[in-house]
Ligand binder design. Structure first.
Ligand code: SF4
Ligand code: SF4
Length: 205
């Protein structure tokens, strides 16, 4: 599954670069809108498989971890659920202003990619995913209603926390009292990193 996901991410990153080169961002917006609606059925697969920011952050995170640049201490303002919505409003206002005043399209996705790299050089990936990304904020609304999503079979789970450790979005957590893992589908990227490490095959999509 890991290799399949990486391959799909590379393909979509290539598509994204071609779209950027041709200046046809409406096409990417279309892909996002389809994914946003699709999340009601299949969860946030856009984040796990399609999003160019996540692809770049995956590589950045690995480099930053190796170089020991990342810290687990996150400032309070970056752990605020309202922040991605504030970013969304700022993003929309900047795009409208840029179009009206400067007569130019603001390269918002490029700006967000750069921001995601900067944030991930210092903090774990979940910080950008859950506390900054405006696309993630929108996807959390439809993703939480996902008909199909990654779930844990509690009759098998032994509460070992291996899934928690690998999850890039902190979407899976083990309840300390009953020692069973739970997935929050509003922030789960359906990346299946957790299914690969579970020693008792308790997690499945
Ligand atoms: S890795 Fe599997 S067994 Fe361990 S806590 Fe997660 S779901 Fe439970
Ligand atoms: S819960 Fe599992 S599938 Fe969901 S984001 Fe975390 S690692 Fe990926």
């Amino acid at each position: 599954m890991r290799m399949t996901r990486i391959l799909i991410q590379i393909i979509f990153f290539g598509v994204f670069m071609i779209i950027i080169k041709n200046g046809n961002m409406v096409l990417w917006l279309g892909i996002f809108l389809i994914s946003l609606m699709g999340a009601v059925f299949f969860g946030r697969f856009y984040c796990g498989f399609i999003c160019p920011m996540n692809t770049v952050m995956g590589v950045t995170g690995k480099i930053a971890k190796k170089l020991k640049w990342q810290t687990k201490t996150v400032p309070k303002f970056l752990n605020n659920k309202a922040l991605p919505w504030i970013v969304l409003v700022i993003m929309a206002a900047s795009m409208i202003l840029s179009k009206r005043v400067l007569q130019r399209e603001l390269p918002i996705l490029i700006i967000l990619i750069l921001l995601s790299v900067l944030v991930t050089l210092r903090y774990e990936e979940w910080v950008f995913h859950n506390s900054i990304c405006p696309y993630g904020a929108l996807l959390s609304l439809t993703g939480k209603r996902a008909k199909f999503s990654t779930k844990v079979d509690h009759s098998l789970c032994i509460g070992c926390k291996k899934c928690e450790t690998v999850c890039p979005s902190r979407a899976i957590e083990v309840d300390a009292n009953i020692k069973k893992a739970y997935v929050d589908s509003s922030i789960c990227h359906q990346c299946q990193a957790c299914t690969g490490v579970c020693p008792v095959d308790a997690i499945a999509y």
